[in-house]
Design a protein around this ligand. Structure first.
Ligand code: NIG
Length: 382
């Protein structure tokens, strides 16, 4: 809409419409014809970590394939870090995200892999993230036997983190957890009423997507390797959407696909089939060390053949749907949460203004920092 205005009241959007019909407000800001859109909703990140894996990245760019084993390097650095160092790293990245227009995000544990370290990550995450996911099933840590480790993840570890998390995730991939191990983790989470997520079909074809669909996961993320049946299956999870039934969001992580030299997730095919797609950064030190949703959106348009509108929607409302934050909800302590991912009355006042006349500039001028101003929950972030 051209010539539009919106009114914020407290932390919510109170009114949206044509500027000439806008109600009076205490303070008004003229953004000078710039494009206004919802803040990004980054629905997949791993921000609780310490250390750097640029040497691994350089080796990969020189031809080494990515292997899940690199996670162990970050696990060692994370365990050795102080609480303060982990919190400072989380704050640094969350601030960077906000400057880039991201006003809501999920983050995962998964670089602790002991009860104490996973609990610490879950607690620290809750201080900044809109949604926290337990990823104890990221890798079997060195020195552990897989069966014993799964007993721990689905038992004591889950008991410890449960009050601090919204969802449980599993890395269902060769070199991490197979189908029956992943099923065990997801069923334990489902028994506790937690939302389910799956890292699936990232490094090759695999059972992750089918498992996510079967167990009605909120999202399956990566989805780089999908056959036509899996695409149809993901779309079919939304068949009952009109009746309020929620399906499984397919989350594309284009920066990760590029950084690991994997095929880009087939987001075009997914949308054409009727699936709900989210776009997220997967910010982590191993496979995708970026907080830039704008980069992911530009890649989705330029390389994955989404229209600008589709890519922006996937990076805002798509992420919100994946997190269950697209409608009014409550947090873990029962506090009411306003929906995110859309500019409409009643939504949380999360808005970004681009230094551009239209959102198409996100892909038309890729790589250019276009964020002019950001409001989160009605407060001007900068
Ligand atoms: O989403 N796939 C598993 N987890 C991360 C990678 C973590 C790492 O290599 O440190 C991901 O890509």
């Amino acid at each position: 809409m051209h010539g539009a205005a919106l009114v914020m009241e407290g932390d919510a959007i109170a009114w949206v419409g044509e500027a000439r019909a806008a109600p009076a407000a205490d303070v008004s800001v003229d953004v000078g014809g710039r494009a206004v859109l919802p803040g990004w909703v980054d629905s997949h990140t791993h921000l609780l970590f310490a250390g750097d894996r640029s040497a691994e990245f350089e080796a990969r760019m020189a031809g080494e394939p990515y292997a899940a084993g690199g996670i162990g390097v970050t696990v060692a650095a994370t365990r050795a870090a102080s609480d303060e160092a982990l919190a400072a790293n989380l704050d640094r990245l969350a601030d960077e995200m906000l400057r880039g227009g991201t006003t809501a995000f999920e983050t995962k544990t998964g670089y602790g892999l002991t009860v104490a370290d996973e609990l610490r990550s879950a607690r620290l995450a809750g201080a900044r993230a809109d949604s926290v996911t337990f990823l104890g099933a990221h890798l079997v840590p060195e020195g552990s036997e897989p069966g014993d480790y799964l007993d721990l993840v689905t038992g004591d570890m889950l008991d410890a983190v449960e009050p601090h998390v919204d969802a449980v995730d599993v890395f269902c991939e060769r070199g991490a957890f197979d189908e029956s191990q992943s099923r065990r983790v997801l069923e334990a989470a489902r028994a506790r009423g937690l939302a389910l997520r799956v890292h699936g079909n990232q490094l090759g074809p695999g059972p992750g997507v089918r498992l996510a669909v079967e167990l009605r996961a909120a999202s399956v993320d990566h989805v780089a390797f999908l056959d036509d049946d899996e695409v149809r299956m993901l779309a079919a999870t939304w068949d009952g959407a009109a009746a309020g039934r929620r399906g499984t969001v397919a989350t594309a992580l284009p920066a990760c696909d590029l950084s690991t030299r994997m095929p880009l997730a087939p987001a075009r095919r997914l949308l054409d089939a009727g699936a709900v797609v989210a776009i997220a950064t997967n910010c982590n030190p191993g496979t995708s060390y970026t907080t830039s949703m704008a980069f992911c959106v530009a890649t989705a348009v330029l390389q994955m053949r989404l229209t600008i509108e589709e890519a922006v929607r996937a990076a805002t409302l798509g992420g919100a749907i994946a997190l269950g934050l697209d409608e009014p909800s409550t947090d873990r302590s029962g506090r009411a949460l306003l929906p995110v991912g859309r500019i409409r009355p009643g939504a949380r006042a999360d808005v970004q203004v681009l230094d551009a006349p239209s959102v198409s500039h996100l892909a038309y001028r890729p790589g250019v920092p276009l964020v002019h101003a950001v409001w989160r929950a009605g407060a001007r972030a900068f």
